[in-house]
Design a protein around this ligand. Sequence first.
Ligand code: GLU
Length: 427
Amino acid sequence: MCGIVGYVGNKNAVDVMHGGLLKLEYRGYDSAGISYFDKAKICTRKSAGTVENLFDHIEKNLCSNIAIGHTRWATHGKANDQNSHPHVSEKGKVSLVHNGIIENYLDLKNEFLSGTQLKSETDTEVVANVLEKILIETNDKIIAISKLVKLLKGSYALAILFDDDDKNIYFTKNISPLMIGSSENGNYISSDILGFCEEATKYLEVKNLQIGKISAKNIEIFDKNGKKIDFLLKFFSKNQNSSDKEGYPHFMLKEINEVPKVIKNACNLYLTELANLIDFDQKNNISNFEVSPFLKFKNGYFDNIKKIKLIACGTSYHASKVGELLFKSIGYDANSEIASEFIYSPQVFSRDTLCIFISQSGETADTLTAINIAKKHKLKTIGITNVETSTITKLCDYILPLVCGAEIAVASTKAYNFVYYKCLQHT
Ligand code: GLU
């Protein structure tokens, strides 16, 4: 999952894009690009390679109060300049950046764009051009986006500039994460809190199929039919959006060195509090957890659970193998599965199954798809994640936060740490 950032306000938006895109580099990317307004015209700069490479080739004195930016992880077409985002529509009315995959882009291309000369191989350029076509018919930006949303199948977070509006960034999303950040100096849009560069003091998580626009002073949200809706901005908790190396040369080194502290915090949160409430000697049954004021599981949630499936990818999958052993050691029928295997293999689900999903970022695409499958079969779902604002927290019945603090390093430093807590020695 790559990155989106956008800003409108009284700072130089080109500089904000530079800072924001650097913050999103940790998500992995192959290209970068920005669109901004210069003398009431949209200008676009983009190239394959690093964010620094892009900004090395941009004049140093560029100035704008509004811009959108993107780091791409190619899914449709090579990682080259042409396929980089933003994508500008044929008549130049629309410039947009996209995170995700439009599954029906070929159908849309055939239906709407037979006479359009596309410049890239991406699904995203199709979206930009379909939106332009609808806009020409409707002449209303929010209505045009609402019609677009009804056509798109797949995952997307879109940040959009229109050539006749240099005051607003428009947006919509489905599945891919998108957040709005608000600060004294203007409003931000990003796929990740870190894209706000610690400037935003309040935020809003955009919900699937919502549409909206931000200007320097205003945020407006609409439902998928274009009807204006109310919303509440949340305040950031301290350090929630910070990403400081704290003197270490790399985030990875910093995060490895945080491991003892983080384990202590997690133990304090889960075990000290729970140990006071649970008599492990009497009964080693997870239904005891429902008495915890911290976890707040609703009464009876764990009744009749006979099987436990742990589902994850990569290092989180390895962590789930340990979980499998622990659940087996207290008498549960448990197994762990790689999310990408789970979603494609034929499964027989029984309703006495609890599914536990582990994703450090809470955005692992296959794990999110697996949660949706489990929910479709009405299974109980618990997520273990480090990111309170992530998609996994919105999908699962309950979340167990990992309380590790911001994790920027791509290599996993915390998901696979194992503490052999004394309660298990009693089993
Ligand atoms: N599907 C789009 C592309 O290939 C967006 C990929 C992304 O999320 O970076 O360009």
